[in-house]
Design a protein around this ligand. Sequence first.
Ligand SMILES: [Zn+2]
Ligand SMILES: [Zn+2]
Length: 120
Amino acid sequence: MHVRGSSRKLEIEEEKLLELRPNCELCDCDLPPASAEARICSYECTYCAECVGSVLQNVCPTCGGGFAPRPMRPRTSWRANKPLGLGFHLASTVRHYSPFSLEDIKAHVDRIKSFNPQDR
Ligand SMILES: [Zn+2]
Ligand SMILES: [Zn+2]
């Protein structure tokens, strides 16, 4: 899609968008765009609330950061002149899987969980 002139600012480069990943990287449950269970770290690593609250204890297996609920991208383009929403920016269909073993993740979590996310 090419947008020229004054409306150029409306164009959003795909690579700068939050990637709405389709699954939990640990238990592989589905996390569709409207899921209230999706959690992300600042690098967009995506897990379900159940895994974040149990095995992960709010420690990202990859970066060690904390998690926040993933914002829900609207289905509808609510502004006539702004091509936004899931119809224009689709959720990803590429499933991600943590490269770390459960044993490794548990040791990583034990090392980090006592620090608040703002102190890590
Ligand atoms: Zn999970
Ligand atoms: Zn992370």
